[in-house]
Structure formats: C-alpha cells, structure tokens
Design a protein around this ligand. Structure first.
Ligand SMILES: CC(C)(COP(=O)(O)OP(=O)(O)OC[C@H]1O[C@@H](n2cnc3c(N)ncnc32)[C@H](O)[C@@H]1OP(=O)(O)O)[C@@H](O)C(=O)NCCC(=O)NCCS
Length: 207
C-alpha cells in the first residue's frame, strides 16, 4: 500500500488527493491546522500540519508562504512529484519535489519546474520555460516559450506571458492579465498589457 500524508485539507488538498490516488497512493491521510476539519475527500484529518507520522508528505497549500514554510519544515522527508495522467509533460522536463501538475496541463520540451510549484488545471508552460521554486501557474494560464518566472510568483487564472519575457520573484499577476515585457520589480500586475498596482502582493490565490 502506497501511503501519503497530505498537508492542507482544503479544496486544493482534495484535488491533490485525487491526483495522488491516480498515481497509485491508496493509504492517504490529511493534516490541517483547523481543528474543526475532520475529513477531506473521504480521508481522515489526523492532526496539525507539523504532526506528520512517518512517511512521504505532500504540502497541498495554495498560500505560497505557508507552502514554502511547511516544505522547509519537512525538508528531510521524501516528497513526490504528482502528475495527473491527463497532463502532457515532455520527456526531458525536469520537475522538483513537492510539485503538482494538474489535469489538462501541458509542459513542453526543455522546461524546468522548481520544487513546491502548482501547475494548475489546463495551464501551459511552453518550451524552455524556467519556473522557479514555489511558483503557482494558475488555472488556464499560459506561458509562451522561454519565459522565466522567479520564486514565489503567482501567474493568475487565465493570464498569458509572452515569449522570452522574465517575471521576477514575488509577483502576483492578476487573473486575465497579459504580460508583454520583463517585470523586474516584485508587485501585483493587472490588465492588458499588465501594469503594476500600488497595493502589496497577495500570496497564493487559492485556499
Ligand atoms: C490582481 C489581484 C491579486 C488584485 O487583488 P486585490 O489586491 O485584492 O485588488 P482589488 O480587488 O482591491 O483591486 C484593485 C484594483 O485592481 C483592479 N483589478 C483587480 N484584479 C484585476 C484583474 N485581474 N484585472 C484587471 N483589473 C483588476 C480592480 O478593479 C481595482 O481597480 P480600481 O482601483 O480601479 O477599482 C486579484 O484581483 C487577482 O486577479 N488574483 C488572482 C486570482 C487567481 O488567479 N487565483 C488563482 C486561482 S487558481
């Protein structure tokens, strides 16, 4: 029996559990800091996020800072890469530990994906893109070829990043934005073409 401890009993955790089952994990338990949450996707919530029993762990938390913090906390544990069987991932693509690739996502040749990333449903990462650690490529967003995304950045739902563009670390790209030139200052960017909002960034974007 393949066992997995999933941290984060939320909607995102539910999707991760589904992908874990499709990857052959049959013995799944959750951890969550909300004491009122007793089950997720039909699986038991055993305790707090820092109380994992022995075994492989997967941090399924949308909030980037929390995901990073818990992945660092469990840095000595084995963490799988979870890829939905209906994602298309080119043979030479390298993907770091603790990353999930969801249904309908496409990752084309030459791309590199860091640790703790979320490549969400029906998003695409084209050839030779470099996605740094703890990046979230949200539902239905598209990165054209040779895009670089810095650590802890969120590319919002339905956003597009043009080819050869660099998006620096700690950015939030708003839903539906089109990024047409390099973004070298952390911040929140919205619109077509994407322009900076003066407000500080939100982290994560999903629960
Ligand atoms: C960009 C975003 C982070 C801004 O959130 P926020 O900081 O709470 O900002 P507000 O909602 O207060 O909006 C501030 C301004 O930006 C505008 N704005 C917000 N999001 C926008 C977007 N996606 N596109 C265009 N304009 C947007 C608002 O209309 C508002 O304009 P105004 O000041 O002229 O009224 C958020 O709207 C967003 O798009 N998040 C991404 C969600 C997502 O994709 N999650 C992943 C799911 S898988």
């Amino acid at each position: 029996m393949k066992k997995l401890i999933i941290i984060g009993a939320s909607g995102h955790g539910k999707v991760v559990a589904d992908i874990a089952m499709l990857n052959g994990y049959t013995d799944i338990v959750f951890l969550d800091d909300n004491a009122g949450t007793k089950e997720c996707a039909g699986f038991s919530v055993l305790g707090k996020s820092t109380e994992a029993p022995e075994g492989e762990v997967f941090v399924a938390i949308g909030n980037t800072e929390d995901r990073k913090h818990l992945m660092e906390y469990y840095c000595n544990r084995s963490m799988p890469v979870l890829i939905h069987p209906n994602a298309v991932v080119a043979k030479d693509v390298k993907i770091g530990a603790g990353t999930v690739v969801m249904a309908g996502a496409v990752i084309n040749p030459g791309a590199k994906i860091g640790t703790g990333c979320i490549i969400n449903t029906c998003s695409s990462v084209d050839h030779d893109c470099i996605i740094s650690d703890y990046v979230h490529i949200a539902v239905g967003s598209h990165l054209c070829g040779t895009v670089l995304v810095g650590q802890e950045t969120l590319i919002g739902a339905g956003a597009t990043v043009s080819n050869n563009v660099n998006v620096c670390e700690n950015c939030t790209i708003g839903a539906g934005a089109v990024v047409t030139c390099d973004l070298s200052a952390p911040g929140t960017y919205v619109g077509v073409p994407a322009k900076r909002l003066s407000k500080p960034k939100l982290t994560g974007g999903i629960d």
